[in-house]
Design a protein around this ligand. Structure first.
Ligand SMILES: *[C@@H]1O[C@H](CO)[C@@H](O)[C@H](O)[C@H]1NC(C)=O
Ligand SMILES: *[C@@H]1O[C@H](CO)[C@@H](O)[C@H](O)[C@H]1NC(C)=O
Ligand SMILES: *[C@@H]1O[C@H](CO)[C@@H](O)[C@H](O)[C@H]1NC(C)=O
Ligand SMILES: *[C@@H]1O[C@H](CO)[C@@H](O)[C@H](O)[C@H]1NC(C)=O
Ligand SMILES: *[C@@H]1O[C@H](CO)[C@@H](O)[C@H](O)[C@H]1NC(C)=O
Ligand SMILES: *[C@@H]1O[C@H](CO)[C@@H](O)[C@H](O)[C@H]1NC(C)=O
Ligand SMILES: *[C@@H]1O[C@H](CO)[C@@H](O)[C@H](O)[C@H]1NC(C)=O
Length: 583
């Protein structure tokens, strides 16, 4: 029996894996689908239609543009849908396509995305039709262009649309996000705009907003990144990333605030400062990894439900790696920020680094984490997964507590919990800088004040899912190097991602269920295609529950001795897995 099961598993591995492992495609700006319903990949060579630059434009004379192309409305908010319609296009053909340009004056070959007529509603008569698309504010105006192929297969411009402007132009503050600093009398407010004139936050305990804080702005250029496509075809001007620290606040207090500049302020928002840490202070938070921007049922559902959780009292959101999955294609940062902004401006959004933000093999001197050429142990698969970003966009977008190494590793107390974020993409072996920091940090925890310890990283220490290359080997090395720290310093809950699936262990130590050991949970189910790789039969002794579905974690720390973990899958508030941890 045992033998035949083993044989079956081996056979499954060999036969099934090429088809079932997640494709990791890079979604197009419009989230276009292939004819088989899968997400289209901008990396595929067929996607890159060859278009002339402006100088080579085959039809330069405006009287040659016989048809009409319109975008309505022409002044919109970030993420708003517009209707693109056309009529009287001469010699229209189903192989015609409509491309998007932001900025509106960009050359033909710099399209953000395009649609073939067969992806639109084309009315009875060719030459007339419409389509609805969502446009994201990339701090410039946009334009659509209609192209046909001539008899020689050369693309010819048939019509240009009106210009589409975003309300507030480049000064409008976008992508709001707040973060804890580790001090309950502080809050950090960050946002993005197209202008670097003095960033300001107005705030107060009532809507009069009597106080003002200013901060700094930064940006990054293509040449600041470590490699391709981040420093090439995928690059778009990120605008300015603003960072304002508000200090001298009262803990556990609601503040109203508005951020922006003299040119444009955002809407009135509010947040509540962290409570003074204490053993019996209850905490509620949302936790997930591996999000991206996929439409329903993926990332969009996670964002929708996270907002509901925040309205229902969740006080912070933790996202441990694989954030926007931009991988060098900058428009994905703009799309992803607009997904999280509704809740990331109400509660702190705390992030950690994933392989898809950090890993690189070129551009060592540009890595802002100080890791040089990166972490490439012989037993790992730490490659080029960031598409050349090497943490640069993350470093400018997220300022986390300053007690470790920026957003790569840090810790903070919130209520009765000490939270620790590690980077699995940096050296974590005994003796490394990060290891020493983790050890010192865990050693210094005052369990009388924060009896709970929640530890987070991107790649898991325990996983039983099959067919994942070298990832299980990395898990074994993580066990060998840092599991003892987790055990010795009484980590209660260890949260991970990387696998696009869910798995919970018993309290475990050295591969055995052990009372007092940390409970490990992989919750890489926030949006990127869930994996369909097989699970071992029978399950590993320490694996309590697993699933390949979309979902996120919800944690309710009741008091100093009881903490509830729930995994909520995408069907309206359906809790598929639940466990109480007691002390
Ligand atoms: C449409 O375009 C294809 C490819 O360029 C061409 O073979 C076909 O003849 C065109 N059809 C019409 C009706 O122009
Ligand atoms: C739409 O047309 C394009 C270009 O002719 C073709 O490559 C694509 O497969 C078509 N898509 C569908 C869904 O028919
Ligand atoms: C708003 O707060 C300010 C100072 O915090 C205070 O002076 C003012 O009276 C308050 N206004 C109202 C309407 O409560
Ligand atoms: C805080 O802001 C949210 C929306 O961002 C709003 O729904 C809520 O009513 C605000 N709270 C107060 C007390 O105004
Ligand atoms: C939840 O995800 C599954 C696929 O994992 C999908 O079939 C279903 O439609 C999703 N439900 C919602 C409410 O999005
Ligand atoms: C990790 O750090 C240790 C201790 O400094 C060092 O000996 C080792 O070579 C490093 N490993 C890698 C792969 O860089
Ligand atoms: C802690 O919370 C749990 C779950 O709500 C409850 O059963 C328990 O009685 C509480 N313990 C104390 C000391 O309040």
């Amino acid at each position: 029996m045992g033998v035949s099961r083993l044989v079956l598993l081996v056979a499954l591995n060999v036969i099934v894996s090429p088809h079932l492992t997640a494709s990791h495609s890079i979604p197009t700006y419009f989230n276009r689908l292939n004819p088989d319903g899968s997400l289209m990949d901008v990396k595929s060579p067929e996607y890159w239609i060859k278009l002339p630059t402006m100088d080579q434009e085959p039809l330069r004379n405006p009287q040659d543009y016989k048809g009409t192309l319109k975008v309505h409305p022409s002044v919109i908010d970030n993420g708003e849908s517009v209707t693109v319609s056309w009529h009287s296009i001469q010699g229209a053909n189903m192989t015609d396509f409509i491309a998007l340009y932001c900025p509106a004056e960009d050359t033909h070959d710099r399209f953000l995305d395009y649609l073939y007529l067969n992806e639109t509603k084309t009315l009875h008569k060719l030459g007339k039709g419409f389509v609805q698309v969502k446009l994201y504010n990339m701090r410039v105006s946009c334009e659509m262009r209609y192209f046909s192929y001539d008899g020689h297969g050369v693309p010819v411009l048939k019509a240009r649309s009106n210009t589409v402007e975003f309300k507030g132009r480049s000064a409008i503050p976008l992508q709001g996000r707040i973060a804890l600093t580790g001090d309950p009398t502080e809050m950090r407010v960050m946002w993005t705009s197209g202008t670097d004139s003095n960033p300001v936050v107005m705030y107060g305990m009532n809507k009069t907003l009597t106080h003002k804080a200013t901060g700094k702005s930064s940006t990054y250029r293509a040449q600041d990144m470590c490699g391709f496509p981040a420093n090439g075809i995928g690059f778009r001007d990120p605008g300015f990333l603003h960072d304002v620290l508000i200090a001298d606040l009262k803990p556990a207090t609601r503040y109203f605030y508005q951020y922006g500049s003299e040119e444009a302020m955002g809407p009135m928002l509010n947040f509540t400062t962290a409570p003074i840490p204490g053993a019996d202070v209850p905490v509620k938070f949302v936790a997930y990894a591996d999000m991206g921007v996929s439409p329903t049922p993926g990332a969009e559902v996670t964002a929708r439900y996270s907002l509901e959780e925040v309205k229902n009292g969740a006080e912070l959101v933790l996202h441990f790696g694989d954030i926007s999955y931009a991988r060098g294609y900058a428009y994905l940062w703009d799309k992803w920020h607009s997904l999280i902004e509704p809740y990331a401006t109400r509660v702190p959004y705390m992030v950690g680094i994933g392989n898809h933000e950090q890993d690189h093999t070129t551009g060592a001197s540009k890595d802002p984490s100080g890791a040089g050429k990166g972490f490439h142990p012989s037993w790992g698969n730490f490659g080029d997964d960031s598409g050349g970003e090497c943490g640069v966009p993350m470093f400018h977008r997220f300022h986390m507590p300053d007690n470790g190494n920026a957003l790569w590793w840090y810790s903070f107390d919130y209520g009765s919990v000490h939270f620790v974020m590690m980077s699995t993409e940096h050296n974590f072996t005994r003796g490394s800088t990060q290891y020493k920091w983790l050890e010192a940090d865990l050693k210094a925890v005052n369990h009388k004040v924060t009896p709970w310890i929640v530890f987070m990283g991107h790649r898991p220490m325990y996983t039983s899912q099959l067919v994942q290359g070298l990832n299980p080997t990395i898990a074994l090395h993580m066990q060998a190097e840092i599991e003892d720290l987790l055990m010795e310093y009484s980590v209660d809950l260890a949260l991970w991602g990387h696998y696009h699936s869910y798995e919970r262990t018993c309290p475990v130590y050295r591969n055995k269920c052990t009372s007092g050991g940390p409970t490990h949970i992989i919750v890489g189910t926030a949006g990127f295609d869930v994996t369909l790789d097989p699970w071992p039969i029978p399950a590993r002794s320490w694996s309590v529950y697993h699933s390949s579905n979309y979902g996120y974690g919800r944690v309710t720390v009741a008091n100093a001795t009881a903490m509830l973990w729930e995994w909520v899958i995408n069907e309206s508030d359906y809790v598929a897995d639940r466990v109480w941890l007691y002390k």
